[in-house]
Design a protein around this ligand. Structure first.
Ligand code: PEP
Ligand code: MN
Length: 339
């Protein structure tokens, strides 16, 4: 902790700060400048919050030296971490594509999509089971029945499955169905109970960025998961609330290099929920890889016009094939690979 004293701080006020530091078992380093005195609290600063000093007379400001997020921070783990999902490495040299429908609609739909997703070269299958829609009257997902369809299709094609968990009460069900990657999506990024619960298991978790969350709030949300012991976290940027209506969410490309600097954990991008329109997805997908994303989460539907959820932004399987061909050469140019 660094405590900056005000220009008018008296000697007794400086001493009071020093005493407070010592009483917590830390030591002080006092630097007396011509303008101000700056006091460093040396030791585990977690015992204090900055306002414990800012409320003291003569103190102008106090700030932490170490970031609040620790386990997820690159400071404590400089090398990239790789999250393993059934033998697939996310966060390594290889770019991983997760594809599938916004919502699971039937076994027929999932069987067809799983086969097409695998043929395109995508390595994981997504499918929404419980859908957190803006309107309570919109399709809410088929629920547990859909887990059955997702599992059957995924296992037949040998693809790991990814699905969003909305409610802590359903975690055991997701574990029974052996969902390989649990997605905590945008609306739940700061649902701390959900974060704590997925922190207790060892399944990989995709943590999507909330539409109005800062990068540091996002990292702190991940820290909740990591603090419980689960370090298998994959961040997913999916656009933030902007002012421009032509895209559903404003894809924050700059978050990718920022996250790469701040955390050792992998980051993927969901260009489908960012653009909100299928025609935008290829451009956003390419930009994301160029900015350093470790993978993409793409929505695909065999008949977007009749999709029960997010048809506007769904690629058809043929469009997915074309996009993956383009991404493969881009990955090569970036010194990465897309199998
Ligand atoms: C999803 O991935 O299915 C989803 C609901 O996305 P988001 O939380 O980013 O809106
Ligand atoms: Mn969707």
């Amino acid at each position: 902790m660094i405590i900056v004293m005000s220009r008018f701080a008296r000697e007794d006020q400086i001493q009071a700060v020093v005493e407070k530091i010592r009483s917590a078992g830390l030591s002080e380093h006092v630097s007396r400048g011509t303008e101000r005195t700056i006091i460093g609290a040396v030791g585990d600063e977690r015992v204090f919050s900055p306002d414990a000093f800012e409320l003291m007379p003569g103190v102008e400001r106090a700030m932490r030296v170490v970031k609040d997020y620790r386990i997820v921070s690159r400071d404590v783990h400089p090398a990239n971490s790789i999250v393993q999902v059934r033998g697939l490495a996310i966060g390594g040299e290889s770019i991983q594509i997760i594809a599938g429908p916004s919502a699971v609609e039937s076994q027929v739909q999932m069987d067809l999509l799983a086969a097409r997703v695998r043929e395109s070269g995508a390595k994981l299958l997504r499918g929404g089971v419980f859908k957190p829609r803006t309107s309570p009257y919109a399709f809410q997902g088929l629920g547990v029945e859909a887990l059955e369809y997702l599992q059957q299709a995924a296992r037949t094609q040998g693809l790991p499955m990814v699905s969003e968990l909305l409610d802590v009460r359903l975690l055991d069900t997701y574990l029974e169905y052996d969902v390989d990657v649990i997605e905590i999506a945008a609306r739940n990024m700061q649902n701390v109970e959900l974060l704590r619960e997925v922190g207790r298991i060892n399944k990989p978790v995709i943590l999507k960025r909330g539409p109005a969350a800062t990068v540091s709030e996002w990292l702190m949300a991940a820290e909740y998961i990591a603090a419980g012991g689960n370090h298998n976290i994959i961040f997913c940027e999916r656009g933030v609330r902007g002012f421009e209506p032509s895209s559903r969410n404003m894809l924050d490309l700059s978050a990718i290099p920022v996250m790469k600097q701040e955390t050792h954990l992998p980051i993927i991008v969901d260009p489908s929920h960012a653009g909100g329109k299928a025609w935008m997805v290829p451009a956003l997908a390419k930009a994301s890889l160029a900015a350093g994303a470790d993978g993409l989460l793409l929505e695909v539907h065999p008949d977007p016009a009749n999709a029960l959820c997010d048809g506007d932004q769904a690629l058809t399987p043929t469009e997915l094939d074309t996009l993956l061909v383009e991404l493969r050469s881009l990955a090569g140019a970036l010194g990465r690979s897309l199998a």
